[in-house]
Design a protein around this ligand. Structure first.
Ligand SMILES: Cc1cc2nc3c(=O)[nH]c(=O)nc-3n(C[C@H](O)[C@H](O)[C@H](O)COP(=O)(O)O)c2cc1C
Length: 328
């Protein structure tokens, strides 16, 4: 059921992908996703220059599953230099089947990954970047809309528009991300021309995801209107949980601020939501699909539910379409 070019390419049972999530996308979550029939990504930048810790995390995940373990290589501009080449070497040496790249065009690392037998899914927030990914030789492209947690595009275009445009624009398989959280979303993504769906926010509210219970409880209670889109004016937009700090950042941006002015304001404790369950005074990435989250299931329960809902969605459409017999 739901066999696509992505299930075939990544060797997974279902076209469901858990996007890499800085700090929280760890062995337990990635292994649980693999066991349930999808693929997820341990994030290189979580471990920074501590390459032994990254390798240990990959091996820990391997001990928990026979399924595929992905690695996210974040190419976003960073204040500190990132050991990109070392992450590539680790991906190859650890026989990672698929790397998710994001942030910048991955041209400089495509050849080394391919020579090592690693597939590349590049994640983009716009159609023109998807074309670039294809031209650079990426094996698949994930496109994320304005709704997404993490980094939406500067152009603020929703997934509903980006996914079919992207499917028309490239020949490589397309993965739809941003705003998807259930089986209706999976069915919709496939109907829009995607070969799989990618979720981040929904997977944060699972048992296996790293994070304080109070943060997960916040996600259950919060609505689709409780996120804020900030930092666009300085060219690095992110969607985060709305709070007094995001109000302040938006005021500063409306006045015409600079990155130098913003950094001391936003640079506080980025991970206090995950560590302490505190959602004030922090910029914590989360997408609008938070409004669709009503509980904190295990990853397996979530997969079962998504597949059941997607099947129901398909049957619902089937009932709406006249059969050949009825037409004649
Ligand atoms: C807390 C959090 C951290 C994230 N960190 C990263 C990251 O380090 N690298 C990356 O490529 N994407 C990152 N993302 C984006 C996700 O991989 C994914 O693209 C996004 O969550 C999909 O949209 P959704 O949140 O609407 O499901 C992050 C998202 C969240 C919510």
């Amino acid at each position: 059921m739901f066999q696509t070019r992505i299930t075939e390419m990544f060797g997974i049972r279902y076209p469901i992908i858990c996007g890499g999530m800085f700090w929280i996308g760890r062995a337990e979550l990635v292994a649980a996703v693999a066991n349930a029939g999808g693929v997820g990504f341990i994030v290189g930048s979580t471990f920074g220059e501590n390459l032994d810790a990254l390798r240990a995390e990959i091996r820990k995940a391997r001990d928990l599953t026979d399924g595929p373990i992905g690695l996210n290589i974040n190419l976003f501009p960073s204040a500190r230099p990132q050991p990109i080449e070392e992450w590539v070497r680790i991906a190859v040496e650890e026989k990672i089947p698929v790397v998710e790249t994001s942030g910048r065009a991955p041209g400089a690392i495509v050849e080394a990954l391919h020579e090592g037998g690693v597939k590349i899914m590049h994640k983009v927030p716009g159609v023109r970047y998807a074309r670039t990914a294809e031209r650079l030789g990426c094996d698949a492209v994930a496109i994320v809309g304005y709704e997404c947690g993490g980094h939406p595009g500067l152009e603020m275009v929703t997934s509903l528009v980006l996914v079919p445009l992207c499917a028309d624009a490239v020949d490589i398989p397309v993965v739809a991300g941003g705003g998807f959280a259930d089986g209706r979303g999976l069915a919709a993504a496939l109907a829009l021309g995607a070969d799989a769906v990618l979720m981040g926010t929904r997977f944060m509210a699972t048992q296996e995801c790293y994070g304080h219970p109070a943060w997960k409880e916040y996600m259950v209670k919060a609505t689709e209107a409780d996120t804020a889109y900030v930092m666009r004016s300085v060219g690095n937009p992110i969607r985060v949980a709305k709070n007094d700090l995001t109000d302040k950042v938006q005021e500063m941006e409306a006045r015409g601020t600079t990155i130098e002015e913003l950094l001391p304001v936003i640079g506080g404790a980025p991970n206090i939501a995950f560590e302490k369950g505190q959602v004030e005074n922090t910029l914590v990435s989360v997408g609008q699909s938070m409004g669709l989250i009503q509980d904190v299931p295990t990853v397996q329960e979530l997969f079962d539910r998504i597949i059941e809902q997607a099947t129901e969605a398909r049957e619902r459409l089937d009932h709406m379409l006249p059969t050949k017999a009825a037409k004649s």
